[in-house]
Design a protein around this ligand. Sequence first.
Ligand code: FES
Length: 107
Amino acid sequence: PKVTYHRSAGDPDVLDVPAGTNLMRAAVTGGVRGTVGECGGQAMCATCYVYVREPYLGRLPEIGEDEEELLECTAAPRDDRRSRLGCRLTLGDGLEEIEVDLPASQV
Ligand code: FES
């Protein structure tokens, strides 16, 4: 699968990752600036925050309760449709490609 991380300025980071990788792990492993994954993917830190681009929204898993709570209290402004935790989005299995915007606080 292929994942693209866009920033407000500069070139996006484009990575090829194995199926089963989540967006936080992909970013940390791939050296994407600003994504820390502090809690290791426990839906506790929100340092993996992303805004999913429009064409991919329909292919995402539903937002879980822990994710919902965390998205409500982050520094990055919530976008009801596009805000997600990267550690909750796993590539492969119907999600072969995704493009996301990183929040300003993470770039
Ligand atoms: Fe901590 Fe996603 S890595 S919430």
